[in-house]
Ligand binder design. Structure first.
Ligand code: AMP
Ligand code: MG
Length: 490
């Protein structure tokens, strides 16, 4: 039996300027490290066959499965605010698209599968560490309910890639509802190719926003829809303490999924200005800047769409501004609603927003762990709050706030147990903490030991469930375990 991929490709049917046809470059000795079996089944693939040597060869790019139409996608992008007219898939190759069990179209892409016409000075390869990081974090985001690309498999190539040192090479199989980015629109807009922008917009509407196919002003509504999805996405990030790290326009997905996990990280202690990425020297992509940056990126998307709005530039700009103006409210509503759930409020009252902000301020001042504070606050709904208080350097800061919180929650009819259960369902106990991710990567890279990776992935698969045998995975790092910086590793 050979592995069958039920490909139904649509992007490679678009005009030639949208991509470059390029096959993955074969590697020496592919070895499957991890297959996401449930995802394989969801995609209509046979997990047993993918686990055979032939499957590993496909997932490493050594063999191209039948029906694949491998391409590298063209895109441009603003990197840290600077526009680069041509980026493109420099180390990723889209094998093709399948329709999954829910009727959803999904891209299957190999990341790290060799050079493409867009590689510039890069080698087209990926190192094992970043591949494992993306696998862990993207799957963790998925079970947290946050829109994201997913990871189908990780293989080591049997070759080394040269970074600062020689590192084991690896390929990640990434699954996305598409890999179309804000930067994809910019690629054509900067070339003043309005036909291509329209063609791309039509493709995106058909694929991601089919409800707009019959709209009177489909391109305006497309912008509005992407604004809404991005605003909701960033709110979800903030609510779990996630920092993307490289919110360049080429890393901003048109479908509203989290994409391109590089130096991303979850914060431990709550700090709105937290930055982990080694290359983000100015803090452009700091935790609390993310909404502002998402809007900045959407403004770049709007600029691309202006010629589709109207021939009159002024009118088009005014319409775009009007649509972008909705971002703030959509974001705030999603963020505030999420926060209310995190602190266990079932209703909305005047003063709630200030009450919650006071908690966040006290957390920041007291270096309270973001994840554990909310989780243990859930327990405090049913007990005296000893554990949540312990998250604060000065526990008295919590006590003062807790009195007001208890007074507020007592206005609602829910029992303590009901409130606790509702809070546990939205406040995870397990997140991919940096020091855990680092330890897993070190074991794999230095000792070829994947047991820690397997265990971490297993624990993170149930982020809302207390898992007493793995309680230590909930702990923040000890001072000497703290990871202060993360790296792209490209
Ligand atoms: P990223 O930082 O991963 O979002 O990548 C930014 C751009 O650099 C994209 O165009 C990538 O395809 C390209 N790139 C990153 N790493 C490599 C590499 N090792 N080889 C070739 N291109 C790369
Ligand atoms: Mg990228």
């Amino acid at each position: 039996m050979t592995v069958h991929f039920p490909f139904q490709n649509s992007y490679s049917a678009l005009p030639d300027s949208f991509f470059a046809r390029v096959a993955p470059t074969p590697v020496a000795a592919p070895r499957l490290i991890k297959l996401n079996r449930p995802l394989a089944v969801q995609l209509g693939l046979d997990p047993d066959l993918l686990e055979t040597p032939e499957g590993a060869e496909i997932l490493a790019g050594k063999t191209v499965p039948s029906g694949a139409d491998p391409i590298a996608m063209a895109y441009a992008g603003h990197q840290f605010g600077n526009f680069v007219p041509q980026l493109g898939d420099g180390r990723a190759i889209l094998l093709g698209e399948v329709i999954d069990r829910d009727g959803q179209r999904r891209d299957i892409q190999l990341k790290g599968s060799g050079p493409t016409p867009f590689s510039r000075r890069g080698d087209g390869r990926a190192a094992l560490g970043p591949v494992l990081r993306e696998y862990i974090v993207s799957e963790a985001m998925y079970v947290l309910g946050i829109p994201t690309t997913r990871s189908l498999a990780a293989v080591v190539t049997g070759e080394h890639v040269l970074r600062e040192t020689a590192l084991p090479g690896a390929v990640l199989t990434r699954v996305a509802s598409s890999h179309i980015r804000v930067g994809t629109f910019q690629f054509f807009a900067v070339r003043r190719d309005t036909d291509a922008v329209r063609r791309l917009a039509d493709h995106v509407i058909t694929r991601h926003y089919p409800e707009l196919l019959t709209a009177e002003r489909p391109y305006h509504d497309l912008l509005a829809a992407v604004v809404a999805r991005q605003a909701n996405l960033v709110a979800r990030w903030l609510l779990v303490g996630f920092i993307h790290g490289v919110m360049n326009t080429d890393n901003s997905s048109i479908s509203g999924e989290t994409i391109d996990y590089g130096p991303c990280a979850f914060m431990d202690a709550y700090n709105p200005s937290q930055v982990f990425s080694s290359i983000d020297e100015m803090g452009r992509y700091a935790y609390a800047n993310q909404p502002r940056i998402a809007l900045w990126n959407l403004t770049r998307l709007a600029e691309c769409l202006l010629p589709l709005f109207s021939d009159e530039q002024e009118k088009a700009v005014a319409e775009a501004q009007d649509i972008l103006g909705a971002f703030g409210e959509i974001f705030s509503e999603a963020y505030q609603a999420g926060l209310r759930k995190k602190v266990g409020l079932f209703t909305m009252r005047d003063g709630d927003e200030a009450l919650i902000q006071d908690l966040l301020d006290a957390m920041a001042k007291n270096q309270a762990d973001f994840t554990l504070t909310f989780r243990k606050l859930g327990d405090a709904a049913a007990d005296d709050g000893t554990e949540v208080r312990a998250q604060f350097m000065e526990p008295a800061a919590f006590d003062e706030w807790a009195g007001r919180w208890r007074a507020r929650t007592s206005l609602e009819p829910q029992t303590p147990a009901e409130r606790q259960a509702a809070m546990q369902a939205v406040n995870p106990i397990f997140i991919p903490r940096n020091h855990r991710v680092e330890a897993v990567i070190q074991a794999a890279v230095n000792n070829d030991d994947y047991a820690p990776f397997e265990e971490l992935v297993k624990v993170l698969a149930k982020p809302f469930e207390d898992q007493p045998d793995y309680a230590a995975y909930a702990d923040p790092p000890l001072p000497d375990q703290r990871v202060l910086q993360t790296f792209c590793g490209t």
